[in-house]
Design a protein around this ligand. Structure first.
Ligand SMILES: Cc1cc2nc3c(=O)[nH]c(=O)nc-3n(C[C@H](O)[C@H](O)[C@H](O)COP(=O)(O)OP(=O)(O)OC[C@H]3O[C@@H](n4cnc5c(N)ncnc54)[C@H](O)[C@@H]3O)c2cc1C
Length: 413
């Protein structure tokens, strides 16, 4: 089969790898508009489930990725003026650039033709392909060419965010919340390679406007953020990939769904097909899952339309719940004032339960009361209500003392 993949992100590259491993006779070209070695963003997090998928589908690249991943242990929530709390958890961080480099090297070794600075702006450029895989990200051009068939819907979130990095190590996944004269501003941080951590800053648009962050030149905005988060950065600076001299590239997260994922011989995968808010850290894993599912569907069905149909149905079903969770998580951060008035342990409990539909629909205090009652009645943290309410809590010993506060639902004075 002649395959053109548009986009050398995790989705396009991994699909090319899995297809070549299944059948080296496939002729696969990956087109990437950027030069080699350039990408957006810094480090991404993932968990053991992704490593398991990678090991099953390509042990070589799985090993290289595992070797480059940095483990982080525990989550920390640090609300200014209150003692930081810890939650027992663990995952990995990896530099996006390194992850892509590993996948590119592996794809090349398997005989994939990876072409950089090769922008595909019209389907006519890939007309000789039997299958065109649109792995060209959330702003997919190929999707726009067939918008009447894919029927995409894009919803922009309210909050502003920016994906920065710092040399300050964050060995735990850390959320830091700081009050300012214009409202709360916070960061999500974790180490992803030695000496570098992702540092995503988020705030409500009113705070962003009130602090003038959108109007400041990049260097001034970085200085302002360094000053706001001085306690957490401990003298380390913030870095941005873009916006030197000009303003920083602040964004509002775009949640994308498509009515269908294929049109004729063009199929969407990864962020071109769907996005999930960064606060659930799943986009890369979902892109890899899409790649594997598409390769499987193609080997299970002789006819291309049937394979694409099966792929679309399978993945849309799998995505529905994750996208719902991601929306709830994004909305939780958009409604921060509802939760941050509680003391730190309660706030942390609510933060961990941010994917709960119940929490969205009722006052936080009622939610906590119900959750406590159900857990007591069933004697299990994995009762249906506790599941709806988010993961079972595994607070570390420091937080145990705060657990009674977490259960009481007491607002801060
Ligand atoms: C702030 C933030 C934090 C995140 N953190 C995490 C995290 O911790 N964990 C996680 O799993 N996910 C995370 N994600 C999501 C993750 O980055 C994406 O879901 C993932 O990169 C999607 O992979 P992809 O291959 O579909 O798209 P992309 O990675 O966007 O790759 C698309 C590629 O296509 C290329 N391209 C675009 N148009 C064309 C064209 N016309 N011709 C040729 N090439 C083209 C682009 O240059 C790009 O290289 C985060 C996202 C954001 C915004």
């Amino acid at each position: 089969m002649r395959i053109s993949c548009v986009g050398a992100g995790p989705a396009g590259l991994y699909f090319a790898i899995v297809m070549k491993r299944r059948n080296p006779n496939h002729e696969i070209v990956v087109h990437e508009r950027n030069p080699a070695g350039t990408t957006h963003g810094w480090g991404v997090v993932f968990w053991d489930d992704l490593l398991a998928t990678l090991r099953t589908n390509d042990p070589d690249s799985a090993q290289a990725i595992a070797d480059q991943a940095v483990p982080w242990s525990g989550q920390v929530v640090d609300v200014e003026g209150q003692p930081p709390l810890h939650y027992v958890d663990g995952g990995y961080g990896i530099c996006r650039r390194r992850l892509l480099q590993i996948l590119i090297e592996r794809a090349l070794a398997l005989g994939v033709d990876v072409r950089f600075e090769s922008e595909i702006s019209a389907l006519s450029q890939v007309a000789d392909a039997d299958l065109v895989v649109a792995a060209d990200g959330v702003a997919s051009r190929l999707r726009r060419h067939r918008a009447d068939q894919f029927r995409p819907q894009i919803e922009a979130g309210r909050n502003k965010y920016i994906w920065l990095a710092t040399t300050q190590p964050f060995p735990s996944f850390t959320f830091g919340f700081v009050p300012t004269r214009a409202g709360w501003i916070w960061f999500h941080a974790y180490s992803f390679k030695e000496g570098v951590s992702t540092f995503i800053v988020e705030c409500a648009p009113e705070t962003w406007d009130g602090l003038g962050l959108g109007a400041m030149r990049a260097d001034a905005a970085l200085k302002a953020l360094e000053s706001i988060f001085a306690k957490h950065l401990d003298g380390h600076g913030l870095m941005s990939r873009d916006g030197h001299g000009n303003t920083l590239p602040w964004l509002s997260f775009r949640t994308l769904v498509n009515r269908t994922w294929h049109a004729d011989n063009v199929v969407l995968i990864g962020d071109a097909a769907h996005t999930t808010h960064f606060t659930i850290g799943s986009g890369t894993r979902l892109a890899i899952d899409d790649a594997v599912a598409l390769a499987s569907a193609l080997s299970e069905h002789d006819s291309l339309p049937r394979a694409l149909d099966a792929f679309g149905r399978r993945r849309q079903r799998a995505l529905a719940r994750v996208q719902r969770d991601a929306r709830l998580s994004a909305e939780w951060f958009e409604n921060l004032p509802r939760y941050i008035r509680y003391n730190a342990p309660t706030f942390f409990t609510l933060l961990l339960a941010r994917r709960s539909r119940l929490l969205k629909r009722m006052p936080a205090r009622t939610y906590l009361y119900l959750r406590r009652k159900y857990t007591k009645l069933t004697g299990s943290a994995s009762s249906p209500l506790a599941r709806i309410g988010g993961p079972a809590h595994r607070f570390g010993s420091k937080a145990r003392r705060g657990l009674s506060g977490a259960e009481s639902g007491t607002p801060c004075p």
